[in-house]
Structures are given as structure tokens and as C-alpha cells.
Design a protein around this ligand. Structure first.
Ligand SMILES: *Cc1c(COP(=O)(O)O)cnc(C)c1O
Length: 364
């Protein structure tokens, strides 16, 4: 058997007709930039997320950049986030001249350690980027309180967390702004790059809408210099065709995760789902001490695996100048050695899931 870590083709084939006709319609209308397809997806996604404003944009990275641009941060201000995330989270802090301030994650959920977060706030801190890694949100209610106590802007990096919840609220509820990625492999993915900024704040929403499209307020009038960070209409129409299926796909992910939780051998550390969290399992991340051996074993048996992420950000060559060493953020460093992502997507069959579990049992 051959089971890749992600199977984009299986997902496409499951709704091929809808996708093909959505793409064809955009081509026949030749409405590629902005226009009705982008608007329709933005409206539908806003309804889905229960937020007032959605601005489509060209990737999860540009979504974060836009969020930071409207956050009122000036050069040298600190933005707090975690070392256990994808580099896009911190790249955007640097894009606007902010200073990256890392706070280690907690060992259970691998999400921001809220106690450490509170202690790390200084007078220079201006914003927090909470990362909903693997599809799970941290305690957003507490993080919102910390942000309010210290007058910090709260940004949610929800690239991996479409439809995730904390106390029944999705990304965009607790944060001033939340950002999504529609990278093909994400839980809601397009056929290239795409992203969105969501907010309930009219002022922030308006600013993002202007910046995403060259600072335009009318066709030929530019209020400020902006960016060409638009979501294109083909991607928007693909996303709009997929959106109605997302709740079902999330349920399948959760069902498969429950199967793994029940069936994996006891040597395997399961992902932790906190009380209050609805985990959407963008990744199913297990923990094992003999991680590299298990990974090669599974690969030899045709099972795709990945590590998210093998090098914590503070140890990346790109951040050498920040002066961190081994031991600076021990929880993230230990996780980087023990974590393994195994296949988890809606289209996995019972036979495939059983094959994966059997092989892990055989390894042990
Ligand atoms: C994917 C991802 C991003 C960036 O999204 P792109 O669409 O690839 O630019 C940012 N943050 C996290 C946590 C991600 O997983």
C-alpha cells in the first residue's frame, strides 16, 4: 500500500464536477481579478466564520503581513509568538520592523504557554500572534484577557485552523484580526496560493481592504501606497466550491483522529485536545522517542510522514542574529525531536487507517 502524508488528488476527485464547473465559469466570464467571484467567496467565508469582514488575499503569509501592517506597530516594538510554528508567522513581524519575542509552548498541546506569555509582556510589547497549530486553538479567552490588560493587539494565525473552535468560537472572535492560508494542503485549500484576513473591527477591515489592492479607494484613486496582495478569482471560485464540504471534511478528520486515539499502541503519545478546544486535525501529530527510526520504518512500508517542525524557529539559520542557542526554548526543542505527523485527511479509508496502525504496532 502507498499512503501519502497528504492526498490532494483524492480530495479533488471527491468533488471534481463542482470544481471543474466553478473553474470553467470564471474562464468563460474572464473575470480573473477582484470582481464577483472574490466577493462571493468573501461573503460566504464571513458567514462561515461568523465574522463581519473577510478580505481575500494572495497567501497566509500576505494575510499576516496585512494584519501586522494595520496593527499600529512601529519600529522596535515587540510582537510575542512561539518558536514552534512555520516561519511565515515571524517573517511578517520582521517585514514591518517589529521585534520577534519568543515564548515557549506548553508540553501538552504544543501551543503557546499562557503563563509564560503573561510574564513576557514588557512596556515594549505591542501585539501577540497566537498560532493555532495543527488545528487547535490555545486558551483564547485568557489570551484575550492578557491582551486587554496590557492593551496589546491580538492576531490569530489560523492558517491551520479553519473551523477550529475555543469555547465554541472560531478564529476571528477573540482576536482583533485572524489570518487564514488556503495553501493547497491546508484544511481548506485552493489550487495555488491564497489566504484571507478576517475581523469584526470595521476600521481594521477597511484598512486591510485598501492595502490589499494598491491602496485603492476607487479605480484610479490611491489613498496610500498598498500592495498587490489580492486573492485571484479562480482560487476564490475553487474555495467557494469547497466551502460547503468543509464541515463534513472536519468531521471526517475528527473521526479518523478518534480512531487513531483508540487504536495506536501505548508507546505512542497522542495529540492532546484541551477542554474547550475543537481540534480540526490539520495534522495528527504523535510523539515517540524513537521518532526517526519509526519514520524510516513507515516510509519503507509506503506510509508518508512529516515533521512539523524539525527545527524550532529560534534555531533557524535565518534567526542566528537573535542569539538563541540550544536550551533557549527547551519544550519546543524536545518536541522537534519527538513529533511525527502521520496521514490524516477526510478521504482516508478504513483499510488505509488500519494499515497505518498495524505498521506502527509492528514497529514497536
Ligand atoms: C501555512 C502557514 C502559513 C503561511 O501560509 P502560506 O499560505 O503558505 O503563505 C502561516 N502560518 C502557519 C502556521 C502556516 O501553517
Amino acid at each position: 500500500m502507498n499512503i501519502p502524508l497528504v492526498d490532494l488528488k483524492a480530495n479533488y476527485l471527491s468533488i471534481k464536477k463542482e470544481i471543474d464547473s466553478a473553474i470553467q465559469e470564471v474562464i468563460e466570464n474572464s473575470s480573473f481579478i477582484m470582481g464577483k467571484y472574490v466577493k462571493k467567496f468573501e461573503e460566504n467565508f464571513a458567514r462561515f466564520c461568523k465574522v463581519k469582514h473577510v478580505v481575500g488575499c494572495s497567501s497566509g503569509t500576505t494575510a499576516l503581513h496585512l494584519a501586522l501592517l494595520v496593527s499600529g506597530i512601529s519600529k522596535g516594538d515587540e510582537v510575542i509568538t512561539v518558536p514552534n510554528t512555520f516561519i511565515a508567522t515571524t517573517e511578517c513581524i520582521s517585514y514591518i520592523g517589529g521585534r520577534i519575542k519568543f515564548v515557549d509552548v506548553d508540553p501538552e498541546a504544543a501551543l503557546i504557554n499562557v503563563e509564560k506569555l503573561e510574564k513576557s509582556v514588557t512596556p515594549k510589547t505591542k501585539a501577540i500572534i497566537a498560532v493555532h497549530l495543527y488545528g487547535q486553538m490555545p486558551d483564547m479567552q485568557r489570551i484575550r484577557e492578557i491582551a486587554d490588560d496590557h492593551q496589546l493587539l491580538l492576531i490569530e494565525d489560523a492558517a491551520q485552523a479553519h473551523a477550529a473552535e475555543w469555547n465554541r468560537h472560531q478564529p476571528g472572535y477573540y482576536g482583533d484580526v485572524a489570518t487564514f492560508s488556503f495553501f493547497p494542503a491546508k484544511n481548506l485549500g485552493c489550487f495555488g496560493d491564497g489566504g484571507a484576513v478576517v475581523t469584526n473591527d470595521d476600521d481594521l477591515g477597511e484598512k486591510v481592504r485598501i492595502l490589499v489592492n494598491h491602496g485603492r479607494i476607487t479605480k484610479y484613486e490611491h489613498l496610500v501606497e498598498g500592495y498587490n496582495y489580492r486573492l485571484d478569482a479562480l482560487q476564490a471560485s475553487i474555495l467557494d466550491a469547497k466551502l460547503p464540504y468543509l464541515p463534513k471534511w472536519i468531521e471526517m478528520r475528527r473521526k479518523h483522529a478518534a480512531f487513531y486515539n483508540e487504536s495506536l499502541p501505548e508507546e505512542v503519545g497522542r495529540p492532546f485536545e484541551a477542554m474547550g478546544a475543537k481540534h480540526v486535525y490539520y495534522m495528527y501529530v504523535i510523539r515517540v522517542s524513537k521518532r526517526d527510526e519509526l519514520m524510516s520504518y513507515l516510509k519503507e512500508h509506503g506510509i508518508g510522514c512529516g515533521i512539523h517542525y524539525p527545527i524550532p524557529l529560534h534555531l533557524q539559520p535565518a534567526y542566528k542574529n537573535l542569539g538563541f542557542t540550544q536550551g533557549s526554548f527547551p519544550v519546543s526543542e524536545t518536541l522537534a525531536k519527538e513529533m511525527l505527523s502521520i496521514p490524516l485527511y477526510p478521504e482516508l479509508t478504513e483499510e488505509q487507517l488500519t494499515y497505518i496502525v498495524d505498521n506502527i504496532k509492528q514497529f514497536f
